[in-house]
Design a protein around this ligand. Sequence first.
Ligand code: ZN
Length: 91
Amino acid sequence: MGTSLKWGSLEPEMGKKRPGFADIQTSRKAFDQDEVRCPNCNRKVGPGDNPKFIGSFGNVASTLATMTCQRCRTMLSIRFVEDGERHAVDS
Ligand SMILES: [Zn+2]
């Protein structure tokens, strides 16, 4: 495993103000076009926010990325789904 995510280091300590966490499900296309917004502060987030793509093995495209919102510091976990899959859920 070349890439590992240190979730342990992100564990909030009891009693302290917890950093926000948010899961976002979107298509890769929408992400690349900056159509994704932070659910906490509604700031637009996208490829310019230094996302870390994880879960990529060999030639399989990564389906998960993590990044921090530059405004509110919420930890965002972005799960990429197929456009068709997303459409099916919406309709
Ligand atoms: Zn935010």
